[in-house]
Design a protein. Structure first.
Length: 151
């Protein structure tokens, strides 16, 4: 949710004194094609689209994680783009470096692959001071993900 957020920790964490920090969050970036990822074909380019965001202040991270639970191996691809671009394509030649997902994600009945979408602020987060720490920052990261079979 956009708006002003304040952390006011009077007692302070162990080893640090009390602190107060505020940060204004913008409207979240919307992952517009999230529902289209139930399977990711390594032989096809993967395009992720979104709307919103401020190119001067935000960027997105697109990731694909594949787990071969039978052979006990995993791999991940992570890419970054400015929020204003509205889309990012991971080419098939990069996707083919991932193993085909097998089995299910540990502890679930969900496919052993994930497409994730994260948004970050690239502006200076709110800085705060507290006794016992050299520097303190208050920032944000929003994470959305979708379980998908990586084929």
């Amino acid at each position: 949710m956009p708006g002003l957020y304040t952390v006011d920790h009077q007692a302070g964490p162990i080893g640090a004194g009390a602190f107060r920090a505020t940060l204004t969050l913008p409207a979240p970036i919307e992952w517009t094609n999230r529902d289209s990822f139930s399977e990711v074909w390594r032989s096809q380019d993967l395009t992720v689209t979104w709307s919103g965001g401020d190119s001067a202040k935000e960027y997105v991270q697109v990731g694909v994680h594949s787990y071969d639970t039978i052979r006990g191996i995993a791999a991940e691809i992570t890419c970054m783009e400015r929020a204003s671009a509205g889309r990012f394509t991971i080419p098939s030649w990069v996707l083919t470096t991932l193993p085909i997902s097998s089995g299910t994600y540990p502890g679930t009945s969900l496919p052993a692959g994930i497409v994730d979408f994260r948004t970050y602020s690239i502006v200076e987060p709110a800085r705060f001071q507290a006794q016992g720490i050299d520097v303190g920052y208050f920032g944000y990261e929003l994470i959305n993900f979708k379980f998908a079979a990586i084929q």
